[in-house]
Design a protein around this ligand. Sequence first.
Ligand code: ASP
Length: 311
Amino acid sequence: MSYPRKHLLAIEGLEPPHIADLLDLAESYALLNRSGKTQRDLLKGRTLINLFFEDSTRTRTSFELAGKRLGADVINMSVSTSSVNKGETLLDTASTLNAMHCDLLVVRHGQSGAPSLLSQKVDAAVINAGDGTHEHPTQALLDALTIRRHKGRLEGLVVAICGDIAHSRVARSNMHLLTTMGSRVRVVGPPTLIPAEAARLGVEVFHDMKAGLAGADVVMMLRLQRERMSGGLVPSAREFFRFYGLDAEKLAHAKPESIVMHPGPMNRGVEIDSAIADHPTRSVIGEQVEMGVACRMAVLDVLSRQLPRNR
Ligand code: ASP
C-alpha cells in the first residue's frame, strides 16, 4: 500500500499509484460491508474525533460509521455546543484535542486551509472533510470508486462536471483526481461559475450543456453553493434550471449508457430534475453514499497504520 503522507488534506499532489491503492482497498471494504461482516479490531483503542464547523449529513455520518465499523471510539464534536462559540480559537481547540490524545481528526471548516493549519498543531492524523472552496478529498475518492465500479476504469473516460464549479470543493478534488488518473474532464457552467484556474487544471471548459455533455460517459451535477457566493452570480433558479439543470432532454446528448452523479445535498428542480435524480439505471447517487463509507474506512485504515501505537 503506497500512501506517502501522515494526513489526507487534498487530492492535489497524490500520484496515480496512491489513488489506485486507496481505491483498491476501498473496493475490498465495499465488498466486506455488503457481506455484512465487520472488521472491529483494526482501530480498537483508537479515538476518532469528527470536528465539523459546517453542516454535513453524509460526510459526518459516514465517517462515524466507518470509524465504528473498524472499532474506533468515535466522538462527534458539534461546534454549536463547543467552546468555539465562546470565542475559542482554532488553535486552542487543537491543544484541547491533543490533550485528549485524539488519533484521527476529521475536520470540516468553512475556511480553505483550516485542516492544514490544524494538522501542523495536533498529533493526530488529520482528514479534510471539506474546507471552504478548496478540497473535499474523500468525496473525490468515493466518486472515483463509483465510476470505476460502473465503467471498469477511469482512464480515457469523458467526465462532465456541471454547475457551480467555482465554489465547489467537490469539483476541485475531482478535477485533480480524474485528470491524474487519465480521464478527460470537462467543466460545464455559466462563465460566472467557472474558476479562472480551470484551464491550468487541464480540463476543457464549456458554457453550453448540449456541447459539454456530448458523448460523456459520466455526468456529475453540483449544487449552487449560494452560501459561498457574494452577489448575484446566477439568474433565478428557474432560469438556471432551464439552461444548466439536468433533465432528460439534456442527458440525451451524453452516451446512452452514461451515469449520473451528485454529491448531495441535491436541489431538485434547480440543478437536477427529480426524474433523473431517481432514475433506476442512470442515477448512481445512492451508490455514491454507499461507497463513501467504504472509502472512509480505507482512508482511516491507511492513516492509522502510520500512527504510533500506545499514544
Ligand atoms: N456536500 C458537498 C460539500 O460539502 C457538496 C455540497 O455541499 O454541495 O462540499
